[in-house]
Design a binder for this molecule. Sequence first.
Ligand code: CP
Length: 298
Amino acid sequence: MSRAQIEGILAAAESNLQRAQGLVPRGQSLGDKIIANMFFEDSTRTRCSFETATFRLGGQVLNLTATGSSAAKGESLLDTALNVEAMGVAAIVVRCAISGGAKLLADACKCPVINAGDGRHEHPTQGLLDLATVRESLGTVAGKTLVIVGDITNSRVARSALHGLVALGADVRLVGPPTLVSRAFEAITPSRPGQVRVMYDFDEALEGADGVMMLRVQLERAAGAAISSDYHELYGLTRERFARLAPHAVVMHPGPMNRGVEIDDAVADDPTRSRILRQVTWGVAVRMAVLEHSLRCD
Ligand code: CP
C-alpha cells in the first residue's frame, strides 16, 4: 500500500471508531452481505475483530476453521475458498500458515480476499491498526522513532508494521538476537538511508525512542529453539527498561503476550502508556474500514 492508500484507510478507521466500540448504532453499509472468515490458524483478536467489524457494518459472518471443516480431510486452502465463494459470499478473510496463501486465493477468486495473516509473510490489518495506535498516541507517525523487538525474521506483524511505519515517515529500529534479526532488513525496505536500523543492543535502541513494539516469541514457528535462556534479560521489556524510557513513550504488543518472557506484567498493564488494549479497539475500526474499502461501500 502507498502512503496515500494507508492514510485513506486510517482516516476511514478514525471515522469508524465510535461505531467500532458500540457507542453508536450499527451501520448498514454491508447490507446483509456475508463475509467468510477462513481461519486456518488460531486467532483471538483478528478473527473476533473481523467478526465484530462485520456485525457493526450490518453484515453477516460465515466462520470456517481447520478443525471441523473438510480441511481436516485434506481439502486444500484454494478448493475451500472456491467452494465458499460459490455459496455467494461477498468477501473472504483468510488466515493461513502458507506465506503467500492470501495472494493465491486473491488470484483465483472473484470476490475480494483480505489477508488476516499468511505464514511468516504479512499481517496487513495488524500493521494498519499499529499505525492508527501510534498516530493517536503520539499525534503523528512521521519523524517518530519506533523500536520493534523480538523475533523479526519469523514475524508477519513486524513485516507489515515496518512497511507502514516507513511509508508514513517514521524511523524504525529492529532489535533482537542475531539469530532472529538479519541485517538484510536494512537493505530490503525501500527507505531513506538510516531510516531502518538493525540493532542487537536493546538498551541502546531504546535511547530516544517514542514507542516500543514488543513481539511474541513464536514458539509454534520453531523460534523458541532459537532463543537463549537469557532472552528476557537481553530483550525483555522489563520494569527497569520501561522506567528509563522517555515519559511520553508508549508500549505496544500485537498479542498474545508471553508475560515474563518478552514483557513484564507491570509494563503490559501500565494504565496509561501501555496501548496494547487500545490496539485491539483500533483493530475493529481498521477492519471495518478495510471491509468497506474492499467491498467499495465506503
Ligand atoms: N495480533 C494477532 O494477530 O492476534 P491473534 O493471533 O489473536 O489474531
